[in-house]
Design a protein around this ligand. Structure first.
Ligand SMILES: [Zn+2]
Length: 352
């Protein structure tokens, strides 16, 4: 209801010319909108996780809207420097992609290039060197594909209960069970891949076909090097997509991530994005000690020069956002009317 009322209000504001007024205001001029994207579907991933994946047609529409609304799309580093110096161009926007998946290379990047837009990829690197599907996401995706079923082959996978795929919660419990099993038994990436293959077998899914399509895989070293050479700004997202609570381990995630990116692209990454948008106060100082320049969250907002440089908000664009909402955020109205700003501080769990 609240959302319906908000969309109706946005419609009225747009028709009354308020979007244009705010977009041209001094207030908006002193602010930067950082857009956050995750994956662009190779097949049906957006139906599985609409908050993580969007169809390529929707991304194309977004990029056309940026042009139609005369936004100034800047490289992230330049945008932040100009924000801090107070000389941003009108309607400033920076585009970021989290994780650095193969679908970025295959789907998103050609479109961005066609439109001539600079882009930052926050690259997590562990799976870069292991050209295999990301374990927890792939298990979740395959269970979603087998939804509606109840299977008894759980013993084959080391799970204690039969697999109930009929609800999101049931599927989530199986993924949790598989993750816990892999941690308890200290499985390597290769062994986790075998476990995922066994799950696929139980579900009657051709795992080799999923793997061959590169669904839920990261860019491999050659692809990452190629986009880096082509001008994509590759930045930090931790090596294993995690942020340990211990300083030594946290900083190791940053340094391993940085070393891998530097080796593959020849550039020195200095901007960071919190995996899953999860942050704690103490991380800010640890990032500072690693000479990181900025860090983005998944909290909703436009960035102003008063924001802490290690807590920069973004607009997480998803399949569920309407065209009107997207335009409201480009103009700045969306930020003014945001109901909830802070992103949930937890790792990915399903909504029941
Ligand atoms: Zn991520």
């Amino acid at each position: 209801m609240l959302r319906k009322a908000k969309l109706a209000a946005l419609g009225l504001l747009k028709n009354a010319g308020v979007f244009e007024l705010v977009a041209d205001s001094g207030w908006r001029r002193r602010r930067l909108l950082i857009l956050c994207y995750h994956g662009i579907s190779l097949e049906d991933e957006h139906q599985w996780r609409p908050q993580l994946y969007m169809p390529v047609e929707l991304l194309e529409q977004r990029l056309e809207t940026l042009r139609a609304m005369r936004c100034s799309v800047l490289p992230l580093g330049e945008a932040l420097t100009r924000l801090w110096h107070g000389d941003l161009p009108p309607r400033s926007v920076a585009i970021t992609f989290d994780d650095g998946t193969y679908d970025f290379y295959k789907q998103a990047y050609p479109l961005l290039k066609k439109h001539g837009y600079p882009v930052t990829v926050y690259q997590t690197t562990y799976y870069t060197d292991h050209e295999i599907p990301i374990f927890n996401l792939t298990c979740s995706y395959m269970l979603w594909k087998g939804r509606g079923e109840q299977l008894d082959s759980s013993w084959d996978l080391g799970l204690s209960e039969p697999m109930d795929l009929r609800t999101e919660l049931g599927r989530h419990r199986i993924v949790r069970g598989l993750i816990e099993l892999s941690e308890r038994e200290n499985l390597t990436g290769g062994q986790k891949n075998e476990l995922a293959r066994r799950l696929a077998q139980a579900l009657g899914i051709d795992y080799s076909a999923v793997a061959a399509k590169r669904i839920l895989q990261l860019m491999n070293p050659q692809e990452l090097a190629a986009v880096g050479r082509d001008g994509v700004d590759v930045q930090l997202h931790s090596h294993r997509h995690r942020t340990p609570d211990e300083e030594v381990l946290f900083r190791r995630e940053i340094s391993e991530n940085r070393d891998r990116i530097r080796a593959l692209t020849g550039t020195q990454p200095t901007h960071f994005c919190y995996p899953s948008g999860v942050y704690r106060r103490e991380f800010l100082e640890w990032l500072n000690r690693e000479s990181v320049v900025s860090a983005t969250t998944c909290d909703a907002g436009l960035v102003s020069r008063h924001d802490d440089r290690f807590l920069l908000p973004r607009f997480v664009d998803t399949t569920g956002r309407t065209q009107l909402e997207f335009e409201s955020w480009l103009s700045g109205v969306g930020s003014l009317m945001a109901v909830r700003r802070a992103a949930p501080q937890r790792y990915v769990v399903p909504e029941d």
